[in-house]
Design a protein around this ligand. Structure first.
Ligand code: ADP
Length: 306
């Protein structure tokens, strides 16, 4: 398990201005996070990360049961990234041990006409996890300050007004207020930006093109968005700087090494739920008496006919 100080290295400080280029997407950052030795070996680190992921999964399954039983908190996990950064596979790997009944994943795509008829948070509000559950937003209302900021032509049906700095600042403010409201009411929010490099995205796109069984994953619109890489980095910087708060922090996850990204995300989620210090609901003396009675009845049944 990473220590708290290590998490701090990839957590965006509240109220600060973050530069994505300060976070290395690859081995350099991973080595820095894991290294107890001075010259960590990549293969050995990968082996260790996979072991840690397996352990985290077991712990996460236990933590989730407690989350469910204590019925007080919900966990909201937000994943944002450039295409091919591994959002889907991170979800699959991290959540694979968790009881499906206590977990829900929502993918947010281009909004429908009905969704555009409401405020930009509406469709996400409807999808929030209930107490006891882990909800994952695969993309989220952050798209409304990311893709929409890169392509303001997506803004439709809004009251007249200039789309300027104030407009975007108002959106960040709304998001912060919304998240503050949620956390005050028992939803713990974790936000992950899976940080891949442009070179790694190129490799992953080429793999999708070169393997027939991966063709379904490739889309020309992903290519189109790649051309806006620098614009995206800028809007990510703006959004992360404006919305990493004490109550809902952003983590910048090095994502060029898939094994590292999965292990880090799993550990942060597990450590966060564990830090809630949840307990199974207490059994009252009346309930204990009722259980004794039920046990007595069942034991008598076993001795009787049938
Ligand atoms: P994914 O890439 O998450 O697997 P898709 O390939 O279907 O899923 O992509 C979903 C698309 O929907 C993305 O290009 C994303 O930018 C877009 N999208 C999500 N929310 C919005 C929004 N509010 N406005 C415009 N586009 C959005």
């Amino acid at each position: 398990m990473f220590k708290k100080e290590i998490f701090a290295k990839i957590q965006v400080p509240a109220g600060g201005k973050v530069r994505i280029s300060d976070f290395d997407p690859g081995w350099k950052q991973v080595a820095e996070l894991w290294s107890t030795e001075r010259k960590p070996d990549e293969e050995a680190t990968e082996f260790r990360a996979k072991k840690v992921l397996a352990e985290s999964r077991t712990q996460l399954a236990e933590a989730q049961e407690l989350l469910w039983a204590s019925d007080t908190y919900a966990i909201l996990i937000i994943l944002q990234a450039m295409d091919a950064a591994g959002k889907d596979s991170t979800i699959r790997h991290v959540m694979s041990g968790v009881n499906p009944q206590g977990c829900q994943v929502y993918n947010f795509k281009v909004p429908s006409e009905e969704e555009l008829d409401h405020n930009f948070l509406w469709r996400h509000m409807k999808a929030l996890p209930e107490r006891g559950r882990i909800g994952i937003f695969n993309r989220s209302y952050y798209e409304d300050v990311l893709v929409v900021k890169v392509h303001p032509e997506y803004l439709r049906k809004l009251p007249p007004g200039k789309v300027n700095k104030n407009f975007w600042n108002a959106r960040y403010e709304d998001i912060n207020a919304f998240e503050r409201h949620l956390t005050r009411n028992g939803t713990v929010i974790l936000k992950f930006f899976l940080n891949i490099s442009k070179g790694e995205q190129r490799k992953r796109f080429l793999k999708r093109l070169n393997r027939a069984d991966k063709h379904w994953k490739f889309s020309l619109s992903d290519m189109k968005e790649r051309a806006y890489w620098d614009d995206y980095m800028k809007v990510f910087e703006d959004a992360l700087s404006a919305t990493s708060t004490e109550w809902a922090p952003w983590y910048v996850i090095p994502a060029d090494k898939k094994w590292a990204a999965r292990s880090i995300v799993a550990q942060i989620i597990t450590a966060t739920i564990q830090s809630l210090d949840l307990e199974y609901p207490e059994v009252t003396p009346e309930q204990t008496a009722q259980f004794d009675e039920a046990r007595r009845q069942l034991e008598n049944e076993a001795n009787g006919p049938g």
